[in-house]
Design a protein around this ligand. Structure first.
Ligand code: F2N
Length: 675
């Protein structure tokens, strides 16, 4: 709450200017501490005003009026800060009541390809900035990878469904503007074994700790030991984890060997000790006999003279002392022997386990790997060990929530006043120094093609669609997009390097709830490592009896080649295994996704593949300037937005949205200048 909260919500540092701010305000940047203070005060106050009331446009006039003195004394600076925040999508974004009309005279024409969240964001912003915007969308709906199944009272998100953390998340602002019913997710997730029986909590905890330890070890391997290449080949996270597991197995064998050696050493010591005790016992016996003999032959004093008497007494005492010393040594060694026996006993009782993980434990560990494969939408063997989690520092804090009324309410709200042509599949994007031409096919009226002309184009085609476009440059394959001229090599290479994964969902709508209604999640441990991702997790987040089963990792691609019936059958047998045959009714409605086969997605979301890194996201974001015959570089005509173009927030709805805001700011900077 308060100003600091609003600045945090806007992902900006409270006490300092960002590099972008310094670049846009070079005069302030050079002006010393006082100038910085004034700037930060104005900027932070404006953010506070916006975050507090994002349903109404924060106009420059209102901002100035509400600024406390002395910060209102420099209207020109306030105007600059206001324009900066507006242009870069820190204020006046999303759906809000405008107080000032959008400029009537249109300042440049834009074609946005794709009406996913990024396309809608960029289109909405540019329209607000006064540009003439048209959106071309191949599907018959908006939202792209945000897609909600709705039938009767059933609601289920078959694409994105989680708002991952609320603080700093632009979705939090959108939720205040439109009717988004955000519900926190209960993170507890009971696990059921391959036999359908619950995995005991203690066992679950132990394996989860081991999973986290393995990840930490992988991170150590990468970041401390710089073990990121094997020869010339970059190492994957999956390779690293399997190596660590093998090392743990070797360690277990080594420990067992060490343990055996310790037992043998202790046994040898005991034998040696017993030998010494026997020698001592013999010596004591001998001394005792000697001593007795001397006592028996003892002569009284004076008969043989004093010297002889003294000698005799000396010998008797000497022998006695020797005997006493030997007995004491005997006792010491005997006590030591006892200790040795105790140690041997303990060693024999505490033999280390034969294996690192039992086969059952390994399957529970595989469940955690499946969960990681779900988050990354690919097998662990495809993830770069060094960079797979490069965006971790930018994760938002606060609750993870789902959208109870369906995530599609967001893209639908963002269509407000936009010119969106659905069923328009883009076939060709021509770009040159003078402008762009986009050829689209109307999928409703077959064979009818339309050519749209504009000053620039924003391409939000998914990375999967881009991959097909650059892989089949000359092919006649349907549903591919042709770039004319072809994309520059640096862009093509980045498209090829970065990974585009897959993840599928199965929606099961029942007439009643037969699972624990208090848990949002439950997990199912697969019966083999290879099938670990198949229906490994069930979500129950709807207020109606709907379950969502997730298919991740290797299984995600495999299920796309089998029929719905087979997949639903698999789900039902997993559920019956857990809840019993008679408790599980037939589902009333079902949906199975196939994101990889979807021609307008060709997968689920991006990941940092082996050989790629965070900088590929930057390359995918970079606009393209058409090749020109003259030496002078012209304006970029081809811009890119989307989940795969935002290094710090990839693979998410909020990231895609922020990429749209970013491109709108960039385009306005190139084409509109500053007011
Ligand atoms: C064309 C053409 C053409 C194409 N002509 N138009 C949790 C948290 C973070 C990450 C993951 C997860 C767990 C996974 C999850 O459940 N989420 C999820 C997501 C994607 C998918 C596919 C599934 C199954 C599940 C999930 C989540 O909870 N929380 C999130 O924040 N994100 C999640 N994602 C990823 C997001 O859905 C995705 O990053 C975002 O929606 C992408 O938006 P973009 O605008 O970048 O792409 P898209 O919506 O595909 O828009 C491109 C449009 O272009 C699309 O409408 C196409 O039809 C269109 N198009 N070809 C004309 N030739």
């Amino acid at each position: 709450s308060g100003q600091e909260g609003a600045v945090f919500q806007s992902r900006l540092p409270f006490n300092k200017m960002t590099p972008n701010e310094e670049a846009c305000f070079p005069d302030i940047s050079r002006s010393g501490i006082l100038g910085h203070r004034v700037f930060l005060n104005i900027r932070n106050s404006l953010l506070h005003m916006w975050v507090d009331n994002p349903k109404i446009q924060l106009s420059f006039e209102i901002a100035l009026k509400n600024l406390p003195p002395p910060f209102d004394s420099e209207p020109s600076l306030v105007r600059r800060v206001h324009s900066f925040l507006e242009r870069h999508g820190f204020i006046n974004f999303g759906i809000f009541k405008r107080l000032k009309p959008i400029p009537a005279k249109k300042l440049g024409k834009v074609i946005v390809i794709g009406a996913g969240i990024s396309g809608l964001a960029v289109a909405h912003q540019l329209q607000q900035f006064g540009m003439d915007v048209i959106v071309l969308e191949a599907r018959d709906r908006v939202g792209g990878r945000i897609s909600t199944f709705r039938k009767n009272s059933y609601i289920a998100d078959v694409g994105a469904m989680v708002v991952t953390g609320v603080y700093g998340n632009p979705m939090t602002i959108l939720s205040k503007q439109i009717g988004m019913d955000l519900v926190p997710i209960q993170q507890t997730c009971p696990l059921y074994g391959p036999d359908g029986k619950p995995v005991p909590k203690e066992k679950d905890d132990v394996i989860e700790r081991e999973f986290n330890r393995l990840l930490e070890s992988a991170s150590y391997l990468s970041h401390r030991l710089d073990f990121n290449y094997a020869g010339d080949c970059p190492v994957s996270l999956g390779d690293a984890l399997e190596w660590i597991i093998s090392m743990q197995e070797m360690q277990v064998m080594h420990k067992r060997g060490q343990h055996m050696q310790e037992i043998i050493a202790t046994q040898t010591k005991i034998i040696e000790q017993r030998r010494r005790l026997k020698t001592l016992r013999d010596t004591i016996g001998k001394l005792k006999n000697e001593h007795l003999a001397m006592i028996n032959q003892r002569k009284p004093k004076g008969t043989d003279g004093d010297l002889k008497y003294c000698y005799q007494e000396f010998n008797i005492r000497n022998t006695q002392i020797k005997m006493e010393e030997t007995i004491s040594t005997f006792h010491d060694l005997h006590a030591e022997e006892k200790q040795m026996l105790a140690k041997l006993h303990e060693l024999e009782q505490n033999r280390p386990s034969d294996v690192y993980l039992s086969s059952r434990d390994r399957l529970i560990l595989d469940w955690h790997f499946a969960n990681l494969e779900f988050a990354n939408a690919t097998r662990l063997n495809n993830l770069s060990l060094k960079h797979w989690d490069q965006d971790d520092d930018f994760e938002f804090i606060g609750h993870h929530t789902t959208v109870r009324n369906g995530y599609s309410c967001v893209p639908v709200a963002l269509t407000e006043n936009l010119d969106i042509r659905v069923n328009s599949a883009v076939k060709e994007i021509k770009y040159g120094t003078k402008g762009v031409e986009v050829v689209a096919e109307n999928l409703k009226t077959s064979n009818s093609q339309m050519t749209y002309k504009a000053d620039l184009v924003v391409c939000t085609l998914t990375l999967g669609v881009l991959k097909v476009a650059v892989a089949h440059k000359e092919s006649q394959q349907s549903n591919t997009v042709k770039f004319d001229p072809p994309l520059p090599d640096w862009k093509q290479q980045a498209i090829k390097r970065l990974g585009f994964g897959n993840l599928n969902k199965v929606v099961l709508c029942f007439d009643r709830i037969f699972w624990d209604p208090n848990a949002n999640l439950f997990g199912h441990v697969g019966s083999t490592t290879a099938s670990r991702g198949e229906m490994f997790l069930f979500w129950s987040i709807s207020s109606s009896p709907v379950l969502l089963a997730l298919v991740a990792g290797m299984a995600a691609n495999l299920v796309e080649s089998v029929t719905d019936d087979i997949i639903i059958g698999r789900c039902m047998s997993v559920l019956k295994n857990i809840f019993g045959n008679t408790s599980v009714p037939q589902p009333k409605e079902t949906v199975v996704t196939r994101w990889r086969s979807d021609p307008w997605a060709r997968g689920s979301y991006s990941y940092v593949s082996v050989g790629s890194s965070g900088s590929d996201y930057d390359l995918l974001a970079a606009p393209v300037i058409p090749p020109s015959s003259k030496d002078a570089e012209g304006l970029p005509r081809l811009f890119f937005a989307g989940e795969h173009t935002i290094r710090n927030y990839p693979a998410t709805v909020h990231g895609a949205y922020l990429s749209g805001l970013r491109e709108a700011g960039r385009i306005a900077d190139y084409y509109l200048g500053y007011p």
